[in-house]
Design a protein around this ligand. Structure first.
Ligand code: RET
Length: 230
């Protein structure tokens, strides 16, 4: 078993590059917290924690991949189980900074997340038929999309009247729609398109994490900086 990253292993290189990008993004959001007004500080702290948690998991996932060329499913899902709920907390915090928000908004986002991840994990780990896992995962995602496009979260955002918060909310909404759509594509390519393709699933998940973790944080950062200078 060798633990060396080689040029002929693009998936391994992507694990390495993304773990470094996440370390840098964590430092960035933590330092930038100083620059924004009080109501945005917790949002930037959480944005930084998301990068930090992901970076540590990426170090471990890279080791699994480079030494075995196997998909590090358990590390991947532990990372998601921590970071995706933190992103749902971000939605809640952005709204809570400007309006009175019922806790049901947070709970519904959390439940949607758990259904999505449990379905995906059981399908990928072979505890359930991969097609059934996929369908359960999709149902959880659609439930989240409903909450942020038409449910209470979207109504609170529309009524809030704060332009910068609305910008952050809308940016995050598109991440959850377009950016998150990359994951079911990776799952499909990896498990449902005939046989198991570890290269595609890992490369696609890695690119998705890059966009959805750092991009998500950047939407919050842009809004926080704009709102703090008013
Ligand atoms: C930082 C990590 C993030 C934002 C991970 C997000 C993961 C997903 C949106 C996963 C979605 C899935 C489906 C919608 C159906 C198939 C199973 C999953 C879990 C891959």
């Amino acid at each position: 078993m060798s633990n060396n990253l080689t040029a002929s292993d693009p998936v391994g290189v992507s694990f390495w590059l993304i773990s470094m990008a996440m370390v840098a993004a964590a430092v960035f959001f933590f330092i930038e917290r100083d620059r924004v007004s009080g109501k945005w500080k917790t949002s930037l702290t959480i944005a930084g924690l998301i990068q930090l948690i992901a970076a540590v998991h990426y170090f471990y996932m890279r080791d699994v991949w480079v030494t075995t060329q196997d998909t590090p499913t358990v590390f991947r899902y532990i990372d998601w189980l921590l970071t995706v709920p933190l992103q749902m907390i971000e939605f809640y915090l952005i709204l809570a900074a400007i309006a009175v928000v019922a806790s049901g908004v947070f709970w519904r986002l959390l439940i949607g997340t758990l259904v999505m991840l449990v379905g995906g994990f059981m399908g990928e780990a072979g505890m359930m038929d991969p097609t059934v896992g996929f369908i359960i995962g999709m149902a959880g995602w659609i439930f989240i999309l409903y909450e942020i496009f038409a449910g209470e979260a979207s109504q609170i955002n529309a009524a809030s009247g704060n332009e910068n918060c609305q910008k952050a909310f809308n940016g995050m909404k598109w991440i959850v729609t377009i950016g998150w759509a990359i994951y079911p594509i990776g799952y499909f390519m990896g498990y449902l398109a005939g046989g198991t393709d570890a290269n595609s699933v890992n490369l696609i998940y890695n690119l998705a994490d890059l966009v959805n973790k750092i991009g998500f944080g950047l939407f919050i950062w842009v809004a926080a900086v704009a709102d703090s200078s008013e």
